[in-house]
Design a protein around this ligand. Structure first.
Ligand code: SF4
Length: 358
């Protein structure tokens, strides 16, 4: 017997068939949503996009489920209308993370219902108990592969899964991940459909689209490709100071540890390299440190890759040490690093200053 899904459920899970029917029944025109009477919905849609640009994963706002439901297709239309792949990926990723967070709070039978309604997967209640794990669900192999091939983690490879009779057996956590990733893939794939290539945002919404694009542009600068691996000569003084403390085995404050780890992860250092760096620290615990680095790198947990704190924050923690001329206009240690790298690789600069770590 299928479960009754509430309006709140439709707001939380925009990929459900029931949500699509609900929106269709309202017969709203995209251009109309710029009108004053819909300003609450438009504001919600813009907040959704802004959150995705800034990587804020928020739970669904259920104070007014109806406007939350409509804000999703409006936000999606603005994202498609932007023709920005960067924004599309960011929006799909953050929406998928929000869904994952919501699903983690749901009971098993609800997760099953949502997965079935959202994707037409023939998932079954398996209730399989093996010695080492319980598998409440089974999914046809083909449906599993549609999504699981996009994960890099070995844990998703079929050889590491319990497969029998053409079905892959899953626990609630894995099904939750599969659903949220399936949602992300759907958002991204739809953008390449022919009708969306031709799609243009209605005139009345263009000022809002411009606002979004400007905000995206500011944040995109931060995501520009950095060389893979640390270039020692471009390190900001604050990071040099923390690295000196590490070299001498001093124990670091939580903020110093966080600043150094986020900085290293964002300049493309691997988890193992960051781990090696902390090997000298007095209270080093490899298992704990690996977990924290992987978390910061977005490989586990919330899957958000954290940025280092801004200069203001480092200053308030007494970590802005030895400022130099590059610090003058820097608001962020990564801006400092990028600017210095650019100057080093420009004419007369030390090109190929990539002789890496000390
Ligand atoms: S101004 Fe910023 S980049 Fe420079 S040392 Fe201080 S915190 Fe680091």
């Amino acid at each position: 017997m299928s479960l009754m899904l509430t309006k709140e459920d439709l707001a939380k899970y925009p990929f459900l068939k029931q949500t699509t029917s609900y929106v269709e029944r309202m017969q709203l025109n995209l251009g109309d949503l710029a009108a004053v009477e819909y300003s609450g919905i438009l504001r919600k849609a813009l907040t959704r996009i802004k959150d995705s640009i800034e990587r804020n994963v928020r739970l669904t706002d259920l104070t007014d489920p109806e406007s939350e439901i409509i804000s999703y297709p409006l936000a999606l239309a603005l994202v498609y209308g932007s023709k920005s792949n960067w924004l599309l990926n960011r929006f799909a990723t953050i929406e998928a993370k929000r869904v994952e967070e919501e699903l983690r709070k749901e009971p098993r039978d609800k997760i099953l219902e949502i997965a079935k309604s959202g994707f037409s997967w023939e998932i079954e209640n398996a209730n399989l108990k093996l010695e080492w794990e319980e598998f409440p669900f089974s999914i046809p192999l083909q449906s599993y592969l549609e999504v699981a091939t996009s994960f890099n983690d070995a844990h998703w490879k079929l050889v590491n899964r319990y497969v029998k009779g053409g079905f892959v057996f899953l626990n609630s956590g894995s099904l939750t991940r599969l659903v949220s990733e399936g949602f992300k893939i759907r958002i991204i794939k739809r953008a390449s459909e022919r009708e969306l290539h031709k799609f243009r945002i209605p005139e009345a919404l263009i000022p809002y689209l411009d606002e979004i694009l400007m905000h995206a542009q500011e944040n995109m600068r931060f995501d520009e490709e950095l060389p893979q691996g640390l270039v020692s000569e471009a390190r900001p003084p604050c990071i040099v100071a923390i690295m000196e403390d590490v070299k001498f085995g001093k124990s670091l404050t939580h903020m110093a540890r966080f600043a150094l780890t986020t900085f290293m992860v964002n300049v493309g250092e691997s988890v193992d390299d960051v781990l090696k760096l902390f090997g000298n620290v007095a209270d080093f615990d490899e298992g704990k440190a690996r977990y924290q680095i992987e978390h910061i790198a977005g490989m586990i947990g919330s899957r958000t890759k954290y940025k280092p704190p801004k200069c203001d924050v480092l200053r308030s923690f007494g970590l802005c040490i030895g400022m130099d001329e590059f610090c003058r206009n820097a608001k962020h240690p990564l801006n400092y690093y990028k600017r210095k790298l650019k100057i080093m690789s420009g004419p007369g600069g030390q090109t190929g200053a990539r002789d890496r770590k000390e």
